[in-house]
Every structure is written in C-alpha cells, then in structure tokens.
Write a new protein. Structure first.
Length: 957
C-alpha cells in the first residue's frame, strides 16, 4: 500500500511538496483561449506587491480570499485567470538601493543616473522575487507564466503611450505648484503619501510695523522662518479693526522689504488677530491667495529645506537653525511679541518620516476632471459594484472632490517622463526619442529628469498587463476583469486611479486632439471639444471598467484588536504562523474570521483549532483507507438489489451496486463521479447526503457574496461535526465483516469523503489534494484536485424528513450522554433507558435505530413507556420525547429542582428571542426561507418543552 497516509499529519512536508508541484506542473497557467472556447471567464489581477516587499498578514488575507474565489471558479469550469506581477515601487526601491550605497559610503549622485539605475536592476534581480517566493508557499493559484514587472519593456511602452495620448488630448500640463516636498527623498509626494501627526509645538506672534504710522500689525505663525519669504499681510475686508490700514504697507522685519496689506478671505477675523502673513512660495493656501492678489513669489528654501540666497543673512542654514536664528533676531529687535504652546499637525513623508515642506516647483499634472466624471458615472450606475457598500460612498465623495493629479516625481527609478526640453523653451512630448526641435530645429534636446508616480503605471495594469495598446485576444477575453480584492488603504491610490484610467482608455478610441503646444492649466481644453465622443453608450461605458466588482477586505489586527505596528512590536509574520500551524490552518483562520465590515482580530488559538480540524480530517481519512484495504480483501458481496429488504428499509438504492466495487481503493473511488455514486440505504445515509447537498448550496451561495466566513464555517461544521463525529460513528457496524452492505458502505464513505474534499479544497488546498491523490492511489482523474469539478447542490437530495429524524436521534443520544455525565455513570457501564414518545412515528424511528443509541450512548436496553415520565427523576425532556436513565441514585430534590429551573429559564429565554425575531419584519424579509422555517419549528418545540418543564417544576414543589 504505497500511498498510505503517514500516521501523523505534518503540514510542513505536505504543503512544500504540493506548492512545488502546482507550480512545476503549470497547473494554473491559462493560455489565451481561442474563439470557439465557450467556457465562462473569471479574471482577477493580483494587487502587485512592491518588489521591496515582504509578505504581511494583510497580503495573506488578501491572497487567501483571492485564491479561494479563483479556485472555486476554476473548479466550476471557468477559465480562471489570476494574473500576478510586482511593482517597481519608485521611492521604496530607490531608498533600498540608497541605503545599500550608504553602507558603502556612497550617494546616488556619486554614481550618476545611469549607473544608479543599473544598480537598482541588480538589486531587483537579487532580492526582487522574495515576495513572490513567499506567495508560492501560500499556494496562490496564479498564472506564473504571465508574471509581469511594471518596468518590463512592453509595460513601459504602454505607459509612454498613455502619457502621450493624454498629452495630445490636452489632459496633461506642466505648472508651478505648491507640492508636498520631502527634503530627504528630494521629491514631490502626493497628499496621500503624507502622514499627519499631531505634536506639541509653538505659535509665535510677530508684529510688523505699518509704514507711515506708529502702528503694528501682529501675525501668528508656527513656521517663523518662512516670514523671510512673505510678500503681503492679509486682513479681512469685513474686519473693521483694519479698515483704516487698507492700501498701506508694512516693513517686513529682518528683510527690510516693503510689502502690501491686502484684503483676502485667507484672513479670518475670528481667528487670532485677524491678520495673516502671506508666503506664496511656502504654503498652499498662501499660494492661492498670492494668485488672487497677483503677489510676487519669493522662495527662501531650496530642495534640501535649506535657506537660499533669498533668505539674506540666513542663507545656507537648514530650516530649523534658521527658525531659531529668526526668532532670536526678532526678539532682539522687539518684533516677537508672543509665544504660545500650540498643537501642530506635522506632515511627514510616508516613506522616510522626514517632515515635509510645502514647496513651489514645476510639476506635471493630469487634468483629472474628465476622467473623474466617468469614474463617478460607472460607480453610480453600478457598472462597478463596490463591496461593502459604505466604501462606495467614500469613493464617490473622494472622486467628487478630486484635485488634479501631480504625476511627476523627482526620482531616478521609474518610468521617465517622455518629454524633451529644447534650449528654445519648446517641450516635445513623444513616443520615440526626438532628434530635432520642431520649433527651432535645434538638436540639443534634454529629456525631462522626472519619473512618473508609481501609481500612474499600476493604475493602467488591468489593460496593459493584458497586452494594451495592441488589440489582443487576451484583452477581448479577460477585460473587464471580474473582480478586484484589495485593502482600504489603497482605495484612492490605486483603485480609483484604475477606474479613471480604465474607463478613459478602454472606451472606444478618442480622436487625437490637435496637440497641446502650451502647457499650464489655462491651456487645457475639454476632450469633448477635441472630437472625442461627448457621450459614451451604456454598453461602451459598461465594458470600459477595469473590473466588475471591488471587494474591500478588512484589516488584520492582533488578538487584542490592536493595529499591528512595528513600534508596538505586535506584528505577526504570516510565514511564522504558517510554520507553526500550516498554511491550510492559517488560510482557514483568515477565511473563517472574514466577516464583512469587521476587522479580524487574529488569534493564534483559532489557528490551532483549525490545525486540529485538519488533523481530524487526516485521521478520518486514515480510518477510511484502513477500511478500504480491509474490506477490499474480502470476497464479492451480493448487489443491493439481491439483498433482503431489511437492510435498505429506509431508502431505495439510487444505483445498483455492481462488480465495479473492486477490492482496491482506486476502483472503489473511481467507480463514482463524486457524490453521484453515493447509494443511500439508511437514515444516516439519506441524512448525510441531504446535509452534504445543503452545505454545498450554502457554500455556493456564500462565496459569490464574499461571505468567506459563512462558507468556511459551514464546511467546518459539516466535515467535523456531522461527517466525522456522527456519520462515521453511525456506519461503523456496517463496515464490520458479516455486514451485508460493508462494501457499499465503504464506497459511500469514499464517495462522500472525496466530495467533501472538493468542497473544502479552495480553503485548504494542500491537505485536500494530498488525501485526494491518496484516494486514487496516486493515479487521479486530474493532475490536481484544483482541476476537478466543484460540487453542485442537488436539490432532490435535500431530504427534510431525514434531517428532522436524524436531529431527533442525535437529540436522544446526546440527552442520554448528558444524563450519564450528570449522574456520573462510569464511562464503560452500560445503562438501560426508558423513552416516552407520544408520536408513534417517532417511537418507530427510535425503535429502528436502537442499535445506534445502544452503541453511541452505551445503552444496554431500550424500553418504551406508555405514559409520560414527568413524575420521575433522571429524566431529560424534549418536545418530542422524554428519556429516562434507569440508574439508581439518591435523588436530591432541591438539586433536581434547580436543574429543571435552569432548563426552564433557558428555554424561556430562547423562546422570547425566537418570538422577537419572528416578529421582526426586516428579519423575515431578509433571512432565507429555510432559516425562518427552522426558527418557527424551534419556537413550536420550545412552547411544548416549556409546558412540560412547568408541570415538572410544580410537581417538585
Ligand atoms: Zn522622504
Ligand atoms: Zn528648440
């Protein structure tokens, strides 16, 4: 028996083997389907991790969910493409290499741009696949043959194409703008990349002398060094304190520069003195005010946040030294009139933690409104569904208040902007490197030094990764993709940009504009004016979206619901969790805890529990194989149809057992197509078949609704609770020698097990493939369970009567077990029981299954009472029967009363709850029919039970 499972379940060994096998066999590669392939399509893009990344719990959750959905579709016959890749991650990667250089005592400028980029590529070659290697351990069923990198040649060409087209459409401009500037990274960073932190700081009050008077105007600031660049003082038009100063000038202290007093809404009379200094070069609001009043712009700091020559005697100082010096000087000269404690919201660079400085610089922008308009329309029309729905609102609010997107970054690593500057001032934007200026004919053209924001290229991936701008078959088949699963943190960075860019470029072609020679916001024309279709048809818009659905997953927190952070030291490394409990158990934990709208408080004890679940399945499989081998060695057994009626009283076999049931497990299993080969003969057979189909239905309904928790829990309860704990126990006597249907029972067991493995596979792919291969003795019908068919519920097999009957039987067995425990009956001692069941059918049911009761509750005799057992002790009451343990023990009336009282109270509470739910119209409208029916039946039962217990309490006095 070469394929026997080892005694102990060792996930590490199993998982490493399968992870390697799936990749080596290329099982998840999806060749471009040809025209006559009519299978349905499921496509999903992996949010590309940064090449610098390491797998964290968020990735693990994200990828587990994607893998479950993708495997599920694949098993249901879809062409299932999960497209992986990595992002070049501009700033992050550049910083990694800069750090490496620093350890050699070098800076990137020492190498020069070209050499530095070579170094980054080397770094990428050496370390860039760490994260995808980790993904392989998770069993992610991606198509590795299609793996891309955002700096690949074809993707870079697509990026250039997009930039040039947007430019030609008049949607890209260059402008001086106040941007968030990181002096360490020496680049502009977007609002989204700035982390705000509240810190204690100071508010300084400075008075400026008004020229030609004895008066002063007092202004307040948290950044006094910027006063060196003030070009006005603003007061509010309405503020009567300053009416008499309108039109006058102040003398800027330390600089001895005259600057005007202007009126502007920037100054709020309610706030402070009502007067504010205006520094257009160093504050975004002042910049706007400066534009309104046509003020000069004086920069006093450079790109390193050092004071420049415009800062007079402070030139060359860094911003904090300058702050000290400025304050010192102001104090000495009597201009500093106040200093207050003040909470400052400091903006810090998300990457390096340096305090950002608002800085005026020349940047490239996308005129975003036309793109945003479409991105709003597709979501408002539900061409893209965002789940959970609250993120739809957040998305729409953001999109409706969007600002132009600053797409240039002052980095070396990234997609360089395809624009060339000529000495004559002409800028040439082109797909290919130009050789001549079309204005002056000059040939000394310098490419713009900036690169594009990383999110620019990743925002294009849904179509560029499928071959755009070529009209590929892949685009035809896989675009729009079916689904995106991602975290809230990149909803604006990435999700929103993909929607804007996808809807713009994947709608029918825009006629190119006239080209935009001038740059700057003023020169932008709406694309509608340039011959693009003013209105897209519903069909075109619907099919331009990058994906049909977006599922935003929760955050993974620690067991105490704290956010994981390096500073708190509570970051869980998924690889360590996997090493401890196995990937299957870790995946199962994340799935079972993924309830919508709630963050996951990751608790290792849950993972430990799911490792035990895997272990349970393992042991059940070993039990099954032992029986297959044992029973297989016996001779032939008569076919069911030839057998006396007794054995199959409860059901008609669905198919004749035949010589197909051969004495080895391969044949035993292969003779069935999964559950279809299951032949139900007894109550437990009909019950488990019914339960299997119910659970299958539940899982197949839960997954498309992203209820990973419901799917996982349903499978767990079925596989462990019903299949392993009840069904296997119930059929054990039928597997013994001499049992007339041992082979059928064994074949049933295999068929059911095989189908249950299919059901579980998307969540626990490793252990299921391992056991599945063992069932087929290493010679399975497909190369992997991942390629086998997923179970579909057969409604005809859902047998309510069998489920009700089995519930009564289970109730009886559990009641006896509980009574035994309460009375402290020795485990091995057999005890007689007496049952009162007023309904003749129920009495017959118990009678027919007395064997199960005897075995599973250790009962040696079953008697039926003619009348109620209410007056007796050692009794458990239920709505359908009373059961009494015939066991001598002194009765403690008080204790008995206390016990009954507790039962009574519990039942009343449950009844009240049930009645309340049934009275809730919303619940009735929303809950599935079977759930409501079940609740109604339970309420009925509880009413009977409460009546019984009330009588009993009366009798006990
Ligand atoms: Zn930085
Ligand atoms: Zn020129």
């Amino acid at each position: 028996m070469p394929h026997d499972l080892p005694k102990a379940y060792e996930p590490a060994a199993i998982e490493a083997r399968w992870a390697e096998y799936w990749v080596k066999e290329n099982l998840f590669a999806v060749p471009t389907p040809d025209k006559d392939d009519k299978r349905p399509v499921f496509s999903i893009l992996l949010p590309p991790p940064n090449v610098t990344g390491r797998l964290h719990m968020g990735h693990m959750l994200n990828q587990t969910q994607m893998d479950i959905i993708t495997r599920w579709h694949r098993m249901r016959g879809y062409i299932a493409l999960w497209l992986p890749g990595t992002d070049h991650a501009g700033i992050a990667t550049q910083m990694m290499v800069e750090k490496q250089l620093a350890s050699e005592g070098k800076k990137r400028r020492d190498l020069g741009r070209e050499k530095f980029i070579e170094r980054v590529w080397e770094w990428k070659k050496q370390y860039g696949s760490a994260i995808t290697d980790q993904m392989r351990r998770l069993g992610a069923s991606v198509d590795w043959s299609r793996e891309y990198f955002t700096m690949d040649e074809n993707l870079s060409r697509a990026v250039r194409e997009v930039f040039v087209r947007l430019y030609e459409q008049g949607l890209i401009y260059r402008g001086k703008y106040i941007v968030n500037w990181c002096p360490r990274c020496e680049t502009a960073i977007s609002d989204l990349e700035v982390k705000h932190e509240e810190v204690p700081g100071k508010l300084w009050e400075i008075r400026y002398p008004v020229i030609g008077t004895n008066e002063f105007i007092t202004v307040a600031t948290t950044r006094p060094e910027t006063m060196l660049g003030d070009t006005a003082v603003a007061v509010n038009e309405r503020d009567e304190r300053y009416t008499h100063l309108h039109g006058k000038k102040v003398m800027l202290p330390l600089m001895n520069r005259e600057i005007p007093i202007i009126t502007d809404e920037l100054a709020q009379p309610e706030f402070g003195t009502g007067a504010v200094k205006v520094t257009p070069a160093h504050d975004p609001n002042d910049f706007e005010a400066g534009l309104r009043a046509n003020l000069p712009v004086i920069e006093v700091m450079d790109e390193h946040a050092q004071m420049n020559q415009n800062a007079g005697r402070f030139a060359g100082m860094d911003r904090y030294t300058a702050r000290k010096e400025v304050l010192e000087n102001l104090r000495e000269q009597g201009f500093l009139v106040g200093e207050k404690d003040y909470t400052v919201a400091l903006g810090k660079c998300d990457r390096c933690g340096t305090v950002v400085e608002p800085r005026l610089s020349m940047q490239w922008f996308i005129k975003i409104q036309p793109l945003a308009d479409r991105a709003i329309e597709v979501v408002e029309n539900d061409y893209i569904r965002i789940i959970p729905a609250n993120y739809r609102t957040i998305y729409l609010n953001w999109m409706k208040n969007i600002h132009d997107w600053c797409i240039s970054r002052q980095l070396w690593w990234g997609h360089r902007i395809p624009a060339w500057h000529c000495a004559c001032g002409k800028i040439i934007v082109s797909r290919e490197t130009p050789t001549k200026c079309h204005k002056c004919g000059g040939s000394e053209l310098k490419q713009d030094p900036d690169v594009l924001d990383t999110w620019f290229s990743s925002g294009l991936l849904p179509f560029t990764a499928l071959g755009w701008p070529e009209p590929t078959r892949d685009l035809e088949v896989f675009y729009p993709t079916s689904l995106l699963i991602t975290g809230f943190d990149i909803l604006f960075f990435w999700v929103a940009r993909m929607i804007m860019l996808g809807c713009w470029f994947m709608a029918p072609p825009q006629k190119p504009g006239t080209g935009n020679e001038h740059v700057g916001a003023g020169a932008i024309a709406r694309p509608g004016a340039q011959g693009a279709p003013a209105q897209l048809s519903e069909h075109d818009l619907r099919n331009s979206v990058p994906y049909r659905e977006v599922y935003i997953h929760a955050l993974v927190r620690d067991a105490e619901r704290q956010k994981m952070s390096k500073t708190k030291g509570n970051v869980l490394d998924p690889i360590q969790v996997i090493e401890k409990y196995g990937t299957d158990a870790t995946r199962f934990t994340l799935a079972a805890m993924s309830s919508p709208g709630t963050d996951i408080a990751f608790n290792e004890s849950r993972t430990e529990g799911y490792r035990a679940f895997a272990n349970k399945i393992w042991n059940a499989a070993r039990f099954m194989f032992m029986n297959v081998d044992r029973i297989g060695s016996w001779g032939a057994e008569p076919a069911l149809s030839e057998r006396p009626a007794g054995g199959s009283r409860m059901g008609t076999p669905t198919r004749e057992a035949s010589s197909e049931l051969r004495p080895d497990r391969t044949e035993c299993a292969r003779s069935h197509t999964g559950i279809a080969g299951f032949q139900s003969a007894t109550l437990e057979d009909r019950w488990i078949l019914s339960r299997f189909n119910s659970v299958t239905r539940e899982v197949n309904e839960a997954l498309p609704a992203y209820r990973f928790d419901e799917a996982a829990n349903a499978i767990y309860d079925f596989f462990w609770g019903e299949f392993c704990d009840w069904y296997i126990e119930l059929i054990k006597p039928r597997l013994t020698q001499g049992s007339p249907d041992a082979k059928t029972t064994c074949a049933n067991l295999v068929a059911l097990f095989e189908s249950s493995l299919r059901l579980l596979h998307p969540v626990m792919p490793f252990i299921t493939d391992e056991i599945w291969h063992a069932i087929y003795d290493g010679n399975p019908p497909q190369k992997s369970l991942a390629l086998a068919a997923y179970p579909q519920a057969d409604e005809k097999q859902i047998d309510k009567a069998a489920e009700t009957h089995m519930a009564i039987l289970q109730d009886l067995i559990v009641s006896v077990r509980n009574l035994r425990a309460e009375l402290k009956v020795e485990t091995k001692a057999k005890v007689p029981v007496e049952v009162f069941a007023p309904d003749a059918d129920i009495q017959a049911l118990i009678e027919q299954n007395r064997g199960a009761l005897e075995r599973l509750a250790n009962v040696d005799e079953l008697r039926f009472a003619a009348s109620s057992l209410e007056k007796l002790s050692n009794v458990r009451h239920t709505a359908r029967f009373d059961v009494r343990l015939l066991y001598e023990q002194k009765i403690d009336v008080a204790a008995e009363r206390e016990k009954i009282k507790k039962e009574f109270e519990k039942a009343e509470k449950e009844l009240a709850n049930g009645e309340r739910q049934l009275g809730n119209e919303q619940f009735i409208a929303k809950a599935p029919g079977p759930v409501v029916d079940k609740l109604r039946a339970r309420v009925e039962e509880l009413r009977i039970l409460i009546e019984k217990l009330r009588k009993k309490l009366d009798e006990l006095g």
